[in-house]
Design a protein around this ligand. Structure first.
Ligand code: DX5
Ligand code: ZN
Length: 217
């Protein structure tokens, strides 16, 4: 079964609490929280105060995706706000090892993400230190984009890398433009967690979409 992590970026921000409840009631496994700083990506979303407020009303696993430069500066803040897992970008860290170690020091799951143009080979050095790899299937920054097909093969490459290092419990997640229509090809390559923003929050029947995605293979 695939885990589904609806991205709150596609929710109605005037009703954030209700939207989180909707995702939860619709069978979401995780909740994906996209943090953007206007520097690493050309968009700004929300920060730890918002996550802390949502933590009070939800027991979902908070899957925090930091699209910010030098995230090591803010790991403690996001942990305190209630993150269960924090994913940072390879491209945004001066010291990737130190950043992953900081996340792990709080006893939560550490993830590493790469943008569409970054090869999977850069992850080799860090695979032993992480619990999750997030493959961006669009350029980070905005929801509602179309999945870049050339990124799909990276899922298989990550799977191979994990096998090579005996890290069979790593979650392999993809993010951007994922729909019930294109998820199967990702799942067949070894995906374990699907992020879906528009596909879930803009759906008439989010529960049906999540159910379909979970059982895609
Ligand atoms: C993009 C974000 C994604 C995005 C997913 O930078 O990381 O999580 O919002 O949204 P959809 O599923 O609409 O592409
Ligand atoms: Zn994301």
């Amino acid at each position: 079964m695939i885990k589904v992590s609806p991205s709150l970026l596609a929710a109605d921000f005037s009703r954030l609490g209700e939207e989180v409840k909707k995702a939860e009631a619709s069978g979401a496994d995780w909740l994906h929280l996209d943090v953007m700083d206007g520097m690493f990506v050309p968009n700004i979303s929300f920060g730890p105060c918002v996550i802390e407020s949502l933590r009070k009303i939800s027991d979902l696993y908070f899957d925090v995706h930091l699209m910010i430069n030098e995230p090591v500066r803010y790991i403690e803040d996001y942990r305190k706000s209630g993150a269960n897992g924090i994913t940072v970008h390879y491209e945004a860290c001066g010291d990737v090892e130190k950043t992953l170690a900081a996340i792990k020091s709080y006893g939560i799951k550490a993830g590493i993400s790469i943008k569409p143009a970054t090869p999977v080979s850069v992850l080799e050095k860090y695979i032993k230190l992480c619990d999750l790899v997030l493959i961006m299937t669009v350029e980070p920054g905005f929801g509602g984009q179309k999945l870049i097909e050339s990124t799909v093969e990276k899922i298989a490459e990550v799977k191979k890398l994990c096998e090579r290092y005996g890290k069979n419990d790593i979650e392999i997640e993809a993010d951007g433009g994922i729909t019930p229509g294109n998820l199967k090809m990702l799942a067949e390559k070894g995906l374990t967690v699907a992020v879906a923003g528009s596909a879930v929050f803009r759906a008439e029947d989010p529960a049906a979409v999540i159910e379909k995605m979970k059982n895609i293979i």
